[in-house]
Ligand binder design. Structure first.
Ligand SMILES: *[C@@H]1O[C@H](CO)[C@@H](O)[C@H](O)[C@H]1NC(C)=O
Ligand SMILES: *[C@@H]1O[C@H](CO)[C@@H](O)[C@H](O)[C@H]1NC(C)=O
Ligand SMILES: *[C@@H]1O[C@H](CO)[C@@H](O)[C@H](O)[C@H]1NC(C)=O
Ligand SMILES: *[C@@H]1O[C@H](CO)[C@@H](O)[C@H](O)[C@H]1NC(C)=O
Ligand SMILES: *[C@@H]1O[C@H](CO)[C@@H](O)[C@H](O)[C@H]1NC(C)=O
Length: 465
């Protein structure tokens, strides 16, 4: 058993070297609350924008959808532009660099690719893509690697959550129409990553943040996983970035990339109809983005910095995120792939609500090993934090941070939720347990993320070997 797991880890690190840019250990933060605004993270600002917060988020203005529907496109565009400018800044990036952060996961909505939105029935602010381009450029300049995370899917991937963009029970993501829109989003983002130098620090693209856990309620999600990978690789093959296991099945006879996508969509004898349709739909969107974002390489791959030739790491929530016979995302892999698991204790259901139970639980966590047995390696913990169901002492929070970092570092590493939250009277102590930057300021998180206050913190809590 031990040597098998060792071999898996070795293979995983070999793949990481091939991928080129996967950090050998991820010390990361989420850039949450930015391009997908979650009101609970910035209650005073949301209130000043005209939003509200209520017990059932579907009944008040507590999502981007509800806000834009209420106030209309013009005001939404203005207010969100202000938010995008101020929530994540160069100062924040400088702080993250000083704190040793090497990875940023950026949650994104499908609506950042604006032609995908059916404006008659779907309501979202416009203009975010320009801020994304500025943000990834800041991160690239700082040497911080980026995961583009499709966090809020067309049609909504899980009920009752502002983080899907629309707090609603009307979940429609798991349908052909919305899967197809998500594939088009994927083709657009993959193209930008390879052809816009601002996106050069992006090493991974995540298909779906937190799908419904009950796989009975996510029909055809396994087919979507395969189409997601095929779409990323089809774009890359069109750019002359080969991976073993898939071929284009078409000749590309032009350096105009958007035209090449059309050729492949028309002529490919190997790609399926869903993937070809996504390429065809992405082409005109990219023609517009070439102008809007000033990316000449989209129209001529010999221009503007050319093609970044490193294969993206396709990323999924791990198989054990779901239950009821879920599809295994490892079955979809072609080329480098990574897996994401999220762990929060504060919502209940993980451990009893006391410090000892928390430490006993985290110090015996087996998720990395259990995932490795079904090929879900490398695994990182793309969301976690310090929140608790009880009032935590300063001393406990230092132990709690150490113990979680130790557990997650058995895999590829960790990405804290969130890089920051609002500090205001109404937000109260929110930042104490939810903000990485504040956690470092308060001393719970070590200044060097690879360090621990006490690397032996788990010794007395480990119950088995
Ligand atoms: C968005 O939420 C509203 C309720 O607030 C619901 O009527 C609508 O169907 C939802 N839209 C989608 C695409 O889920
Ligand atoms: C590239 O091809 C697209 C069609 O996909 C076309 O709209 C555009 O004008 C072409 N650009 C150049 C510079 O040839
Ligand atoms: C793809 O096929 C359509 C329909 O036959 C045609 O109009 C279009 O010009 C073709 N596009 C390319 C890039 O070959
Ligand atoms: C905020 O945290 C501090 C330090 O633990 C504590 O003394 C204070 O009571 C907390 N305030 C609120 C409003 O919970
Ligand atoms: C570190 O943690 C271990 C195990 O919980 C404990 O025995 C030890 O006293 C701690 N060391 C320090 C310096 O706090």
């Amino acid at each position: 058993m031990r040597s098998l797991l060792g071999l898996t880890a070795l293979l995983a690190s070999a793949r990481a070297v091939l991928a080129g840019s996967l950090p050998s250990k991820i010390y990361g933060v989420n850039i949450g609350g930015w391009l997908v605004l979650e009101p609970w993270m910035l209650p005073a600002e949301w209130d000043s924008m005209g939003g509200s917060i209520c017990d059932d988020c579907s009944t008040c203005i507590q999502s981007e959808w509800a806000y834009t529907k209420e106030y209309g496109q013009v005001k939404a565009n203005q207010e969100f532009a202000q938010h995008w400018t101020t929530w994540f800044t160069q100062d924040d990036v400088n702080t993250l660099v000083a704190d040793g952060i090497n990875t940023a996961r950026i949650p994104l909505g499908y609506w950042i690719v604006e032609p995908l939105v059916s404006r008659a029935t779907e309501f979202y602010p416009e203009g975010g893509i320009v801020y994304l381009q500025k943000g990834v450029q800041m991160l690239a300049d700082a040497g911080i690697q980026v995961i583009l995370d499709h966090h809020a899917l067309p049609g909504v991937q899980t009920p009752g959550q502002s983080f899907t963009g629309n707090c609603t029970d009307n979940v429609q993501f798991y349908t052909d129409y919305n899967y197809e829109r998500a594939l088009t989003w994927t083709a657009v983002m993959t193209s930008l990553v390879h052809l816009d130098p601002a996106f050069s620090s992006v090493f991974a693209i995540e298909a779906v943040n937190e799908p419904i856990m009950d796989a009975d309620k996510t029909p055809n999600y396994g087919i979507f996983q395969k189409n997601f990978v095929d779409t990323v690789r089809a774009v890359e093959l069109t750019l002359g970035i080969p991976v073993e296991g898939i071929s284009l099945g078409a000749q590309v006879t032009t350096s105009n990339f958007t035209e090449a996508l059309g050729q492949v969509a028309n002529a490919s004898t190997t790609l399926n109809a869903e993937v070809r349709e996504a390429l065809a739909a992405a082409a005109p969107i990219l023609v517009d983005l070439a102008a809007q974002l000033a990316v000449p390489a989209l129209l001529d791959t010999n221009l503007g910095g050319g093609v970044d030739k490193t294969s993206l790491i396709t990323t999924f929530m791990d198989i054990n995120w779901q239950y009821d016979s879920p599809p295994n995302p490892a079955d979809a892999a072609i080329g480098p792939q990574g897996y994401d698991n999220h762990l929060y204790y504060s919502y209940g259901g993980v451990a009893d609500a006391n410090p000892t139970a928390y430490l006993e639980s985290i110090c015996n966590l087996q998720r990395v090993q259990v995932d490795a047995e079904v090929g879900n390696t490398p695994l990182w913990f793309g969301e976690w934090g310090l929140p608790t169901q009880f009032e935590a002492t300063d001393e406990f929070l230092s132990m709690w941070a150490d113990a979680q970092k130790l557990a997650y570092s058995q895999g590829q590493g960790w990405i804290f939720w969130n890089f920051k939250v609002e500090q205001s009277e109404v937000a109260g102590n929110l930042s104490r347990q939810w903000s990485y930057i504040e956690g470092v300021n308060l001393g719970y998180l070590t200044k060097n993320p690879a360090d621990y206050h006490n690397a032996s913190v788990c010794e007395q809590y480990v119950t088995s070997s």
